[in-house]
Design a protein around this ligand. Structure first.
Ligand code: NDP
Length: 402
């Protein structure tokens, strides 16, 4: 099989996707990595060449905000699939280019307009009919969360529950990078996400909270209790749609006191703002400027120790009786760095993106239109997680501690 994939975005996640695709020459025959800054693509291509016995991947410069540029690259390279791991702002222009050229599309984060800190699936679900008519597939949100957490939910429903009632996605980063403040993925996207109001699903409606208003000390396997805050996360929107028996769905993420203190200061002094500020004759967006001075997520890996732990805690009904289930993965920052030169947050996103791409290219996942990952067969994906670096563990009939 000689499939061609175009990876767009050469940040921490793009690096992992390129590495992991390069490991599987049988599925990913020809790989191109394109991004706004070509030298980042070249650096990744060079390190893959060194790491994998002369495996060559192609590189290109691309501003994916410009639909015409992406169309031109698609015409030239003729990929079977585009893996979009640039920023959420690029989702729609890349989807437009794929639609125009009849190329399958996937990403790891839903669209967000640059000038409003708001993420939801409506913009991308609106492509359903056009993708269906064109006979191509768009796979949305195939990182870890969303992505693996969505597959975990589908797997639980398929094998262990007749009805899902309560879902808690619990996401801990119990790692240490030694910096006073840094974000684990793109700082601009990360800060926009975590400073939003909280939101969860209960009894058929969304309940909003102040940012970080609700918290809990959650016990994570092999890590112990960590303070975890209820935040809104995009997979909640698609999961309550696709699993309508859910009475409650929440997402929890750990933040250290130090991280939250820095975040409060950043907000209080206006550095999280997304409105341009006139400075010395230039329009500067404070959050974009902040990104330029913060540590780069892809450079955090070298001294990162500890683990991430992300999983789903589920309560529901099986054969008329209440059942509980916990499925999770712990990922080591050190091991992720050793394998791909980057930390576990990029690793846990990039590996599932490669597996999703594999599912499409091998025909395990197929369909015409726009799909969230939980709509597809979870089994082959779960199998690959164990083989490709993100092994999972499960427990049944336990106290979920939620
Ligand atoms: P980075 O900021 O490290 O990388 C983003 C890359 O995209 C950079 O190389 C950047 O180029 C490139 N890029 C930005 N704008 C354009 C453009 N207009 N055209 C072409 N390339 C562009 O981010 P991450 O690697 O940390 O994250 C990548 C994606 O993964 C994000 O969408 C993020 O939301 C998502 N994510 C998903 C997770 C999940 O579990 N589902 C978890 C973590 C992240 P340049 O180098 O020039 O800036």
């Amino acid at each position: 099989m000689s499939n061609k994939v175009l990876i767009i975005g050469a940040g921490g996640v793009g690096r992992v996707v390129a590495y992991k695709c390069a490991q599987h020459r049988d599925v990913f025959g020809d790989i191109m990595l394109a991004s706004r800054t070509k030298k980042k693509c070249d650096a990744i291509a060079d390190s893959i060449y060194q790491a994998y016995g002369g495996r060559k991947i192609k590189t290109a410069r691309l501003d994916a905000d410009q639909v015409e540029q992406t169309i031109a690259l698609l015409k030239k390279f003729q990929p079977d699939l585009v893996i979009n791991v640039a920023l959420p702002y690029q989702d729609l222009p890349i989807m437009d280019a794929c639609l125009e050229m009849g190329v399958n599309y996937m990403d790891t984060a839903n669209y967000e307009p640059k000038d409003v800190a708001k993420f939801e699936y409506s913009w991308q679900w609106a492509y359903q009919e056009r993708y269906e008519k064109k006979g191509i597939m768009a796979l949305l949100g195939c990182g870890f969360d969303p992505g693996v957490t969505s597959v975990y939910t589908a797997y639980a429903k398929k094998h262990y529950f007749d009805e899902l009632h309560e879902l808690d996605i619990v996401d801990a980063n119990a790692g240490s990078h030694g910096k006073a403040f840094a974000t684990n993925f793109n700082p601009e996207i990360n800060i926009r996400e975590v400073t939003q109001r909280g939101k969860y699903w209960e009894n058929g409606q969304w309940i909003e909270t102040e940012p970080h208003e609700i918290w809990k000390d959650i016990d994570y396997p092999e890590i112990g209790p960590k303070r975890s805050y209820l935040i809104f996360h995009e997979e909640l929107e698609s999961l309550v749609k696709h699993f309508p028996t859910l009475k409650r769905a929440r997402f929890w993420m750990t933040f250290s006191e130090q991280y939250l203190t820095h975040l409060r200061v950043i907000q209080n002094i206006g550095m999280a703002g997304i409105e341009p500020v006139r400075f010395k004759g230039l329009d500067i967006v404070p959050l974009e400027f902040l990104k330029a001075v913060l540590p780069k997520p892809e450079e955090l890996g070298e001294n990162y120790t500890g683990f991430t732990s992300i999983g789903n805690r589920i309560k529901g009904i099986k054969d008329g009786k209440e059942a509980t289930y916990y499925v999770w993965n712990n990922c080591s920052h050190v091991d992720a760095y050793r394998e791909t030169g980057t930390q576990a947050v990029s690793y846990t996103t990039g590996v599932p993106a490669m597996i999703g791409a594999r599912m499409i290219l091998t025909g395990n996942w197929s369909g015409k239109g726009v799909f969230n990952v939980e709509q597809l067969n979870p089994d082959p994906f779960m199998e690959r997680l164990n083989l490709d670096g993100l092994p999972w563990h499960e427990k049944h009939n336990l106290d979920l501690g939620m």
